[in-house]
Design a protein around this ligand. Structure first.
Ligand SMILES: NC(=O)C1=CN([C@@H]2O[C@H](COP(=O)(O)OP(=O)(O)OC[C@H]3O[C@@H](n4cnc5c(N)ncnc54)[C@H](OP(=O)(O)O)[C@@H]3O)[C@@H](O)[C@H]2O)[C@@H](O)CC1
Ligand SMILES: Nc1ncnc2c1ncn2[C@@H]1O[C@H](COP(=O)(O)OP(=O)(O)O)[C@@H](O)[C@H]1O
Ligand SMILES: [K+]
Length: 504
């Protein structure tokens, strides 16, 4: 069988993500097709292949195996590496119940092959440690014995390769199940790619993400989510040669209360860079736009009164909220009612959360099929859902979907592994981006860029979701390509613009 082992990130095309239930359904179908034990043999063999390719100089390997089939994968891997002359030690943990049949077979073969069984190694005694403790079967926080082995894995002072999932990480949500889980250098996801590897705590626990489909087809269950790939950016149409500024939309940024105009300027600048034809800045403060530091010369300033005119709004893209402060709510009724395209960020979202009349108007906008994109960070999402940041982070996919359905909107739930949800269909998880974006103003850039892309796309099919996916992906790409330190918001716009040169 051809080897089907790939590094997932950076991804060139979208990849399907399957949670626990879908992975189990695919597993059952693949097992029935391939026969007993075949998938475990492939899993362990691919894990050994990855170890040899990724850490070719690792001679001493410790494999920490749990009581279930995840441990079985580890036992097959251990036997393969042992037979290839590596010095392998296995610690095998027993569980409350009996060892499943496949794992028993893997255990018997490892014993027969002469693999060494023993305790966890001393720090510095191995070149590679393998987490085959728990995978899809974890249904509770790791118990004491598992926690002790997690500590031992971290104490090894060697790279850690996790099989299927880092122990302690929930497959569906990327939430850590207990006090702490394995922080792997790399994870080999088996059969399916799990959404939890890519969002919430997932990226910090998984490290580099590899995938083997074990030779199976994944047609047994629909994906729960999709991973954004680079092709998302290429799907946007090129600007027609004879295009003129009127063809790429008028965009209004509404925000920038006293002391916070910088946020509105960033959004407006990003909107221009993303391709909006004309960008107007309607600030809630009196300062003239051109007196604002960093304001591009092409920006036009208007009084917020201009944004109360239905006929003007009927053709406009409005990005509202950036630095809007507490007065934002008073400016929102007209854009919510009339704007052709509406992006609500930051203080606009806070206003909707605080004022039931605005929330009702936004729901009505959704019912009227007027497109909206909401770009909350987890706290803003929690306010909208009358929930807590913790609850939102515990299931980011569900939180984003709940908001999308409630408001009939596209929702970008920001943070590590930004989730892009629509009322129907599977949500997307972004694979680009990192904590270099965790600095003030980067969210304003995202909202502005998204609005600019959307304005230029106009009323094309699915334009809101397409613009959201491209903006989120490119925003993260710019951060992935940046140097090791933070990426300040002004440089982020330039970096996003520069990245369009190679992905147009
Ligand atoms: N079957 C196949 O075709 C394929 C399967 N594959 C592999 O199988 C993995 C799934 O295997 P699985 O279902 O046996 O679950 P697994 O993750 O090993 O854990 C279950 C064991 O752990 C225990 N346990 C659970 N939670 C615990 C906790 N918090 N703290 C302590 N103990 C805990 C639980 O015991 P309990 O104490 O609940 O009786 C049970 O014994 C999957 O991730 C992939 O690696 C691949 O090779 C592809 C083909
Ligand atoms: N650790 C991270 N990984 C990936 N993206 C991140 C991370 N931290 C922040 N970001 C991104 O940076 C942006 C921050 O936006 P936001 O929280 O609204 O900040 P601000 O309002 O100050 O601009 C979001 O797009 C978010 O997804
Ligand atoms: K594991």
């Amino acid at each position: 069988m051809a080897v089907d082992l790939r590094l997932v990130l950076p991804g060139t095309t979208a990849a399907p993500l399957h949670g626990l239930a879908a992975s189990r359904a695919i597993e059952a179908q693949a097992c029935a097709r391939a026969g007993d034990f075949t998938l475990m043999l492939r899993a362990g063999t691919d894990a050994a292949r990855l170890a040899l390719a990724r850490w070719p100089h690792a001679r001493r390997v410790w494999v920490a195996c749990g009581p279930g089939n995840n441990g079985g994968d580890g036992l097959v891997m251990a036997r393969c590496l042992h037979q290839l002359g590596r010095q392998v030690t296995v610690t095998h943990l027993s569980g409350r119940g009996t060892v499943p049949a496949d794992a028993q077979r893997a255990l018997a073969q490892a014993v027969q092959a002469g693999v060494t069984f023993g305790d966890a190694p001393a720090p510095g005694a191995v070149d590679l440690a393998v987490d085959a403790l728990l995978g899809l079967g974890q249904d509770r926080p790791p118990g004491e014995a598992v926690l002790a082995l997690i500590d031992a894995l971290h104490a090894c002072q060697a790279p850690i390769l996790a099989l299927d999932l880092p122990t302690g990480l929930a497959a569906d949500s990327g939430q850590t199940l207990g006090e702490h889980g394995v922080r792997a250098s790399a994870t080999l996801s088996l059969l399916t790619l799990k959404p939890g590897l890519f969002t919430a705590d997932g990226r910090d626990h998984a490290g580099e993400i590899w995938w083997s489909t074990l030779g199976a087809t994944l047609d047994g269950a629909a994906p729960d989510a999709l991973l954004l790939g680079a092709d998302e950016a290429r799907r946007l149409p090129p600007r027609p040669h004879a295009g003129h500024k009127g063809a790429f939309g008028d965009l209004w940024v509404l925000g920038g209360a006293a002391g916070m105009q910088g946020a509105a300027v960033l959004a407006a600048h990003a909107a221009l860079a993303a391709g909006a034809g004309r960008v107007y800045l309607a600030t809630l403060a009196d300062t003239a736009v051109h007196a604002l530091p960093g304001a591009p010369a092409a920006l036009m300033h208007r009084d917020t009164h201009a944004l109360r005119q239905p006929e003007r709004l009927a053709a406009a893209t409005v990005v509202a909220g950036c630095g809007g402060g507490g007065d934002m709510g008073a400016e929102l009724p007209a854009p919510i009612r009339h704007a052709a395209r509406l992006v609500l960020d930051a203080d606009a979202l806070n206003a909707v959360a605080a004022e039931p009349a605005l929330a009702t108007a936004l729901v009505a906008r959704g019912h009227a099929a007027r497109p909206t994109v909401l770009t909350p960070h987890p706290l803003e999402a929690a306010r909208l859902l009358d929930s807590s940041t913790r609850a939102v982070q515990a299931d980011r996919l569900a939180a984003a979907r709940a908001l999308a359905r409630r408001f009939g909107a596209v929702v970008v739930l920001k943070g590590s592994g930004s989730v892009i949800a629509t009322p129907e269909g599977p949500p997307w998880i972004n694979a680009t981006g990192n904590a270099r974006l965790a600095s003030a103003g980067t969210g304003d850039v995202l909202a502005g860029w998204l609005g600019g892309r959307w304005a230029a796309l106009g009323d094309a099919t699915d334009a809101a979701a397409r613009a959201a996916r491209e903006a989120v992906w490119r925003h993260g790409l710019a951060a992935d390509r940046a140097g090791p330190h933070v990426l300040i918001a002004d440089s982020l716009i330039e970096a996003m613009l520069a990245s369009t040169a190679d992905a147009a």
